[in-house]
Design a protein around this ligand. Structure first.
Ligand code: GDP
Ligand code: MG
Length: 685
C-alpha cells in the first residue's frame, strides 16, 4: 500500500471510530453518513418513517454495491465493502442476523451455516414481508415461515447433503417493513473438532472461507462473542486479530447477555481483545419467542436487570447494533467507492489493451493472407535494419541484437586468430623447413633455379595449419544469425500460434541452407589458396625486396663465423644450426622471404573474400530467403496452406473469451457505479 493511501485509510478508520463511539451525534462531514435519531427504545414497527427516509438515501449506494457483488466483480480481484459476521460455533451468529432481520434462520447444534450466506435486508413500505433466495443463477421465493427450510434446501444444493461446506455463496434477500438496509455475510462457525460426518480438515476449510472474507481492508468484521465464554480464548478473535491487529475494522456483538450477566459490563469495558469499533451486548430470540416478544424481553433485560442495566445504553440492544452497523456500512461504502471506481477503470483499460493485442480472428482467406504478408514484411524489415543497416531501435536494450556490431567483433577476432595461428616470423629452427623441402624437391637439373614445387609445398602446409579457423568462424557467425533470425520471426508471429512452427521451421531451413553455402565457399577459398600462388598486388614484390635486403647480412654472418644474424622482419636470429647446409641455405633464405611476403597477402585475401561472401549471403537472406522459405513452409503442401492461419488456437480462443467476459462485467460494474457517483454528488449537495 502506498504511504498516502495508508494514511487515508487510517483517517477513515478514525472517522469510523468517532461515528460509532458517538452514535447520536450529527456526522454531516461525511458525505454518506446521515444524521440519526436514537430510536433504540422504540419498537421496530413505530420508527418506520424515519428509517424509511434514511434508507431511501443510503439504499442506492448499498444497492450498487450489492449489484457489483451479484456481478461477481470480486472475481476480478476488486474487493467490496462488506460486513462479515464471524464467530465460533454456536456463538449466536445466525441469531444475531435473525434479530437484525426479524426472521427465523436455521439455528442449533452442529454447523447449520455451511456456505457464506449473504443477507440483504431492505426496508419496504408494504406491511407484509417478501423473501427470496438467490443461488446458482436462480431466484427462489419463500416466506418467513419457510425460510429456515428453504435455506437448508439451498445449502444442500450448493454444498451437498452431508456436513461439507462450500465457498459458493447463497444470497437471502429480505424486504420487510421497518428493517434497516444492511448487507451482511454470515459465515460457517469456527469449529476445532470435526463432528461425525465432517471432513477431517473442516477447521482448515472453514478458516479458508473466513480468511477470504475478512482479509480485505474493505471488510468490516462483526465478531460475535458469547457472553458465556472468555473472549481471549475465542478462535474468532484470534482470526480477526490476525488480519486486523489494531481492531480498527472490528465490531463485537456479545450474545447471550441473559445467560451470563455477571461481570459482563467489566468484560466489555476492559476490552482485552482490542475491538476498535466497540461492543454491543444483545439478547437474541430464545426458543419460540416472536420477534417483538424478543425485543421487549431484551429491552426489559437491559432496563431492569441489576447488573445489565448498568451497561451504557449506547452499548446494548439489537436496535443500537442495527444503527451502528448502518452507519459503519455507509462510512465504509463512501470510503471504498472512489477506489473501486478507480480499480474498475484501470482493470477495464488493462483488459481492453490486452484484448487488442490478441490477434484479430482471421475468418477469410484474404484476411489470413494479409496477416501472413504482414508477418513476412515486418520480419524482413526488422532483419534488414538489424543485419544490414545496423539500426537497432527495436531492441535498444538487447546488446545481442545489435548485429552489425557483434558481427564486426567476431570478424576482428577471426582475423586476429588467423594471424596468430601462423606466426610468420617464427625464429626457431630458422630455415630448416625450407631446407628440408628443397632437399626433397631437388631434380636432375641446373642448381640455380628455385623449384616452384618447393614453394607450393610450403604454402600448402601453411594453409592446412590454419584451415579450421575460417570454417569455425563461419559456423559461429551462422549460429549467431540463426538465433537472431528465429527470434525476430517468432516475435512477428507471436500472435499467430497456428503458424509459429512453420515459421520457425522456415527460419531454421533458411539458415541451414546458408550454412551449407558458406561452408562450401570457405572450403573452396582454402583450397584455392593451397593449390596456386598468385597476386597482382605490388605489395608482394615490395615486401620481398625489403626482406631480401637482409640477405647480405645473413651471408656475412657465416663469413664472420658469427652464429647470430640480424634479419629484417625477424630480428636477431640464431643461425648456428645452418652451418651444415652451405649449398642450400641461400636458396632457403630466398624461399622463406617469398613465402613470408606472400602469406600476408593470402591471409588478407582469405578474410576479405570470406567476409564479402558472408555479406552477400546476408543480403540474399533478407531480400529473398526469408520470403521464399516462409512461403514454401506455410503455403507449400506440408504447411497446411493459408487456411491454417484461420483456425485460432484454443489458448487464444480461451483468452479472448475470458477477456471479453471480464470486460463485459467490468463495463456493467462501471455503469452501475456511474449512476451512483451522480447520487453521491446529489447527497453531497
Ligand atoms: P451460530 O452457530 O453462531 O449461528 O449460533 P446460533 O445462532 O445457531 O445460536 C446457537 C444457540 O445459542 C441457539 O440455540 C440460540 O438459540 C442460542 N442463542 C443465541 N443467542 C442467544 C441469546 O442472546 N440468549 C440466549 N439465551 N440464547 C441465545
Ligand atoms: Mg449459524
Amino acid at each position: 500500500m502506498r504511504g498516502s493511501s495508508r494514511k487515508r485509510v487510517k483517517q477513515d478508520n478514525n472517522k469510523l471510530k468517532q461515528i460509532v463511539a458517538k452514535p447520536d451525534q450529527e456526522t454531516n462531514n461525511m458525505p454518506l453518513v446521515i444524521s440519526e435519531v436514537d430510536e433504540s427504545a422504540v419498537p421496530l414497527s413505530s420508527y418506520a418513517p424515519i428509517v424509511s427516509s434514511y434508507n431511501e438515501r443510503i439504499r442506492p449506494l448499498l444497492d450498487a454495491v450489492d449489484k457489483l457483488r451479484n456481478l461477481k466483480v470480486m472475481q476480478e480481484g476488486i474487493q467490496l465493502p462488506t460486513i462479515v459476521v464471524v464467530g465460533d460455533q454456536s456463538s449466536g451468529k445466525s441469531s444475531v442476523l435473525e434479530s437484525l432481520a426479524g426472521i427465523s434462520l436455521p439455528r442449533g447444534q452442529g454447523i447449520c451455516t455451511r456456505v457464506p450466506l449473504i443477507m440483504r435486508l431492505h426496508h419496504h413500505s408494504k406491511p407484509e414481508s417478501e423473501l427470496h433466495l438467490e443461488y446458482c443463477g436462480k431466484v427462489v421465493s419463500t416466506d418467513e415461515i419457510n425460510i429456515a427450510e428453504a435455506i437448508n434446501m439451498a445449502t444442500a444444493e450448493i454444498a451437498g447433503n452431508g456436513k461439507g461446506i462450500s465457498h459458493t455463496p447463497l444470497t437471502l434477500v429480505v424486504k420487510k417493513n421497518g428493517v434497516r438496509d444492511l448487507t451482511m455475510v454470515d459465515l460457517p462457525g469456527i469449529t476445532r473438532v470435526p463432528v461425525h460426518g465432517q471432513p477431517e480438515n473442516i477447521y482448515e476449510q472453514i478458516s479458508d472461507i473466513i480468511m477470504e472474507f475478512i482479509k480485505p481492508e474493505e471488510s468490516i468484521i462483526l465478531n460475535v462473542l458469547s457472553a458465556t465464554v472468555d473472549f481471549p480464548t475465542c478462535e474468532s478473535i484470534r482470526m480477526s486479530q490476525s488480519v486486523d491487529r489494531t481492531g480498527d475494522r472490528t465490531l463485537a456483538v456479545v450474545t447471550k447477555s441473559d445467560k451470563a450477566p455477571e461481570g459482563l459490563r467489566e468484560k466489555v469495558m476492559a476490552d482485552d481483545v482490542n475491538i476498535g469499533l466497540g461492543y454491543v451486548c444483545v439478547r437474541n430470540r430464545v426458543g419460540d419467542e416472536s420477534y417483538d416478544e424478543a425485543r421487549m424481553a431484551e429491552s426489559m433485560l437491559f432496563e431492569s436487570h441489576p447488573l445489565l442495566s448498568k451497561i451504557d445504553k449506547s452499548m446494548v440492544s439489537v436496535p443500537v447494533l442495527a444503527r451502528k452497523l448502518v452507519q459503519i456500512q455507509a462510512t465504509i461504502i463512501s470510503k471504498c467507492l472512489p477506489d473501486i471506481v478507480r480499480k474498475i477503470n484501470s482493470k477495464l483499460n488493462g483488459n481492453v489493451l490486452e484484448l487488442n493485442k490478441l490477434p484479430q480472428k482471421l475468418s477469410t482467406v484474404a484476411e489470413a493472407l494479409t496477416a501472413f504478408m504482414r508477418i513476412l514484411g515486418l520480419s524482413k524489415e526488422s532483419l534488414r535494419k538489424l543485419l544490414l543497416r545496423g539500426e537497432f531501435d527495436e531492441y535498444p536494450e538487447s546488446k545481442s541484437m545489435h548485429c552489425t556490431a557483434r558481427l564486426a567483433e567476431m570478424l576482428n577476432k577471426f582475423s586476429q586468430e588467423l594471424k596468430n595461428s601462423s606466426p610468420n616470423n617464427s625464429c626457431e629452427n630458422f630455415l630448416l623447413d625450407e631446407i628440408f623441402v628443397l632437399e626433397e624437391t631437388k631434380s636432375v637439373a641446373l642448381p640455380n633455379f628455385l623449384p616452384r614445387s618447393a614453394f607450393l609445398s610450403l604454402l600448402q602446409h601453411k594453409v592446412n595449419t590454419v584451415s579450421e579457423i575460417p570454417v569455425n568462424f563461419v559456423a559461429e557467425v551462422w549460429n549467431y544469425i540463426e538465433t537472431v533470425v528465429v527470434k525476430i520471426m517468432m516475435h512477428h508471429c507471436e500472435n499467430y500460434p497456428q503458424v509459429q512452427s512453420s515459421i520457425k521451421r522456415a527460419a531454421l531451413n533458411l539458415i541451414s541452407k546458408m550454412k551449407d553455402l558458406s561452408k562450401y565457399r570457405v572450403m573452396e577459398i582454402i583450397e584455392m589458396e593451397g593449390i596456386a600462388d598468385y597476386t597482382c598486388d605490388p605489395e608482394y614484390m615490395a615486401m620481398w625486396s625489403k626482406l631480401m635486403m637482409s640477405c647480405e647480412a645473413f651471408k656475412k654472418a657465416f663469413d664472420s663465423d658469427s652464429s647470430i644474424a640480424n634479419i629484417e622482419g625477424f630480428g636477431e636470429i640464431d643461425i648456428g644450426h645452418l652451418r651444415g647446409y652451405p649449398g642450400v641455405r641461400d636458396e632457403a633464405f630466398d624461399l622463406k622471404m617469398r613465402l613470408t611476403a606472400y602469406w600476408d597477402i593470402v591471409l588478407k585475401r582469405m578474410v576479405d573474400s570470406i567476409v564479402l561472401h558472408l555479406l552477400l549471403l546476408l543480403k540474399k537472406l533478407v531480400n529473398q530467403g526469408v520470403e521464399e522459405e516462409a512461403v514454401d513452409e506455410v503455403l507449400g503442401p506440408q504447411g497446411g496452406g493459408i487456411e491454417r492461419l484461420m483456425d485460432e488456437s484454443p489458448s487464444v480462443a480461451i483468452k479472448r473469451a475470458r477477456l471479453n467476459q471480464s470486460i463485459g462485467l467490468l463495463k456493467e460494474s462501471r455503469d452501475v457505479l456511474a449512476k451512483i457517483i451522480d447520487r453521491i454528488a446529489l447527497v453531497d449537495d
